[in-house]
Design a protein around this ligand. Structure first.
Ligand SMILES: Cc1ncc(COP(=O)(O)O)c(C=O)c1O
Length: 426
């Protein structure tokens, strides 16, 4: 029998369509979304973003520590290459959906240079339209109804909703202490039936900035082999680290390629967020699965961007290091400023964020969202309320390091003023 879902040769003789009638009271035309869309909650940062937009329109100078959207430009050599590549008429057609060979080859060289990981650029690397696109389509390639992914908690939204959109289920595990995270992974696998299919990891972690040492991934691979789950490591903050700390690559753990892949991006360290250049590397079969989905959904990145990205990978490593130092300086300003106000927070070793617990009395007296709105409405400082990253984020704020040091000092002053006893609204 033919599967009706795939019946692409309808050989039916349809009756003629009824002539149009004039309905005296036409019913409203209802657009019903698929159930996967109805599983998505309202966008948590919508309220903050709307208010930020209104304030800026009204002429207020809001210091925006909300999104991790780099404000510095890429190296000039990369912009120049984009210009020349855009002038070449050969670069304007559809490109390869998995990325041009030289771009994948350049990423393989970076992995070899930086992590001592050897990758076959033909089968073990695919370029994505930003790592978020690749990540969500990887979820679609691996997950379906009845499948479960273990994800970090609090979570970067796509780690949760990429799985939900693929009709999967999630179990979220506290990310702050890596040993506890691994114990929880093992416990979940021992006690869940059927066992989880995928483990999603993300270190340096967004939003909490938690980091791990290389041994962590050795244990991840061991558990993956023991319990038979696949691993997706989101390594978006690979290139942004401080005080000599080097975030480890999952792929440098022995046997990692047997069980999983790693996503990297040029959005953060290379200041190319709007360019949408990311990569998935590792297990050839998982890379192939992602390539299959992408082959149906997209025609690849604008080729001029891919050519400029090659130059960025090949020639601007020094600039990437300088950019980390810039974030490190901003981190110091923000952390010391908030500590002077009496906030208790850890100084992050990597990533683009400070994850700060809201001090008392506000933590007990208002929600994280209300506190974020207060800082925005009364202090002209926009932040991301922790609850936007799931219930585990309640009581915390995420502040990104995208404004310069002078603006961060000003942000601390404005926060102090807005929280001063006389300013507390009754
Ligand atoms: C943890 C994490 N993963 C992925 C992304 C998305 O990166 P891209 O710009 O490559 O899609 C971000 C961006 O904020 C992120 O924080």
């Amino acid at each position: 029998m033919t599967d009706p879902k795939f019946n692409d040769t309808p050989n039916i003789d349809a009756p003629s369509i009824d002539p149009p009638t004039t309905d005296p009271e036409p019913k409203p035309f209802v657009v019903e979304f698929a159930s996967r869309v109805n599983r998505l909650p309202p966008y948590m940062f919508g309220r903050i973003n709307n208010s930020l937009y209104q304030k800026r329109r009204a002429g207020d100078d809001v210091i925006d520590l909300g999104m991790g959207n780099p404000s510095d430009p890429p190296d000039q050599v990369v912009i120049d290459k984009l210009n020349t590549a855009a002038m070449d008429p050969n670069n304007h057609g559809y490109s390869k959906s998995n990325g041009i060979t030289n771009l994948r080859r350049e990423l393989a060289k970076k992995y070899d240079r930086k992590y001592g990981v050897s990758l076959d650029h033909e089968h073990e690397i695919i370029a994505c339209l930003g790592s978020k696109e690749g990540f969500s389509h990887m979820c679609l390639a691996l997950m379906g109804p009845g499948d479960t992914a273990m994800i970090p908690s609090p979570y970067f939204p796509v780690h949760m909703y990429g799985v939900i959109l693929a009709s999967g289920n999630v179990v979220s595990l506290d990310v702050a202490d890596p040993d506890k995270f691994l114990r929880n992974v093992a416990y979940t696998c021992e006690n869940m039936e059927p066992r989880p299919k995928v483990l999603i990891v993300n270190y340096p972690h967004n939003p909490s900035s938690a980091v791990v040492e290389p041994d962590f991934f050795v244990d991840v691979v061991r558990l993956a082999k023991k319990y038979g789950f696949l691993v997706i490591h989101d390594f978006a903050y690979a290139d942004v680290a401080f005080d000599g700390y080097q975030p480890p690559s999952f792929l440098s753990a022995p046997g990692a390629k047997d069980v999983g892949v790693e996503f990297t991006t040029m959005s953060k360290g290379y200041n190319m967020a709007g360019w949408r250049v990311g990569f998935c590397a590792g297990n050839a079969e998982m890379v192939r699965g992602l390539g299959t989905i992408k082959g149906y959904y997209d025609y690849g990145m604008f080729q001029a961007i891919q050519i400029a990205a090659i130059v960025a990978l090949r020639e601007t490593e020094e600039n990437v290091l300088k950019q980390s130092l810039i974030y490190q300086g901003r981190r110091d300003v923000l952390v010391s400023g908030l500590r002077r106000l009496g906030w208790q927070l850890e100084s992050p070793k990597a990533g683009m964020f400070v994850w700060a617990q809201i001090p008392e009395p506000w933590r007990s007296s208002m929600s994280t969202m209300e506190f974020g709105m207060k800082l925005l409405e009364e202090g002209n400082v926009a932040v991301s309320p922790g609850s936007g990253f799931g219930a585990a984020g309640e009581g915390y704020l995420r502040m990104s390091l995208v404004e310069n040091e002078q603006r961060l000092r000003q942000a601390v002053r404005q926060i102090a003023k807005c929280l001063a006893p006389t300013a507390v609204s009754s």
